[in-house]
Design a protein around this ligand. Structure first.
Ligand SMILES: C[S@@+](CC[C@H](N)C(=O)[O-])C[C@H]1O[C@@H](n2cnc3c(N)ncnc32)[C@H](O)[C@@H]1O
Length: 348
């Protein structure tokens, strides 16, 4: 029997106290998030610094995506957030036409503002969902995605839609989260600020089936809710974490007791259910959607970070700093040829 068929105490109380409306991640989360990348796009807002591991990772990731399309063409970036990878990729591929597709209009607005702020003329953004792409059959040469395919409500439909818009020989190059939980099932809470208030988010994740159920309570950003929220935020900072969120343990004051205090003050309550996946599931699903060659590979960012860390530790980083561009390009191009996980290449 599927783990999520049994409700936890918190889910049961949630459904009684603040009956949630079913939603999708784009509307519930990404439409509410002010800045997804906390305001900085590597390489775009901040020039690359060869001494920074994260800049090696960002540069290699862009080179990896760019290597999938050596010449000009049409590139779609699924779920660009605030413009990653679409904006730096448009800069790296000046002869290509980049189109970011995101169903959260707030995200496409932020992307457009970022592109125009940096004078990137070959990237545009449309508000649409990846399961209904506004492109003709075979009109696209390359589809990129970073941590976005797993946020879509119907991934199988998304894979079929990507296969439809790609030309024969066209490429999907995507990063994805391999679903590997620290336990068969975990519960977390996150307290965050949104554009329209404060959010209390409870997530229940199970390994088998690979799935996440995310509940969101929208609260006013002033008054009693704000006070309880602030106190809970302080308490949560002391607890253990998973995926950057507070891990809930039996009897935690951040669970049912907090919900009971916040629910009467809530402006809205939502639940989002997301399928998660392991590499074999993803490879099989892409084949079933019509891709002829599907391979999971190394993550260019991880590879570049590991190399940068060694160069810093050995004291050789200054000696190679002048070769940053050549080295990160080579790492990005090599990653796609090495077997691994967290990135997938699928050829139409
Ligand atoms: C985890 S964020 C990743 C953002 C960006 N690619 C990055 O790496 O910083 C997931 C993105 O997927 C978008 N998304 C959610 N549902 C989607 C859908 N059905 N179609 C396309 N994008 C979607 C979200 O709005 C959000 O921008």
């Amino acid at each position: 029997m599927a783990l999520l068929d049994d409700l936890t105490d918190l889910e049961r109380r949630w459904r009684a106290l603040a009956p949630p409306e079913a939603s999708d991640a784009a509307r519930a989360v990404y439409q509410r998030t002010r800045l997804w990348t906390s305001g900085n796009l590597p390489a775009v807002d901040v020039p690359y610094d060869p001494r920074r591991e994260d800049h090696w990772a960002a540069a290699a990731r862009i080179a990896d995506y760019a290597a999938a399309l050596p010449d000009a063409g049409t590139v779609i970036d699924i779920g660009p957030g605030d413009g990653w990878p679409s904006i730096p990729l448009a800069q790296a591929m000046p002869r290509a036409r980049l189109v970011g597709v995101d169903p959260a209009s707030r995200r496409t607005e932020v992307c457009m503002a970022n592109a125009s702020r940096h004078g990137v003329g070959n990237a545009s953004f449309v508000t649409a969902s990846a399961d209904a792409l506004p492109f003709a059959d075979g009109a696209v040469d390359l589809v990129t995605a970073a941590a976005s395919l797993e946020e879509t409500p119907r991934p199988d439909a998304v894979f079929e839609e990507i296969a439809r818009v790609l030309r024969p020989g066209g490429v999907l190059r995507a990063s994805y989260q391999v679903w590997r939980l620290p336990a068969p099932e975990i519960e977390t809470v996150a307290l965050t600020e949104a554009v329209d208030g404060l959010l209390y988010v409870y997530a229940r994740r199970s390994q088998t089936p690979a799935r996440e159920r995310r509940y969101l309570l929208l609260l006013p950003s002033d008054g009693a809710a704000a006070e309880v929220h602030r106190d809970a935020l302080i308490a949560s900072a002391e607890e253990p974490r998973a995926y950057g969120e507070t891990l809930l343990r039996g009897g935690s004051p951040l669970g049912v007791p907090l919900l009971e205090r916040l629910a009467p003050l809530a402006l809205a309550s939502m639940v989002v259910e997301l399928r998660r996946w392991t590499t074999p599931w993803l490879v099989e699903a892409l084949r079933a959607a019509g891709f002829r060659d599907v391979r999971a590979t190394q993550h260019a960012g991880d590879l570049a970070r590991a190399v940068a860390r060694r160069l810093v530790a050995s004291g050789d980083i200054d000696a190679v700093a002048g070769r940053f561009e050549v080295l990160t390009r080579a790492l990005g191009e090599a990653a796609g040829t090495l077997p691994g996980e967290e990135m997938v290449t699928a050829i139409r």
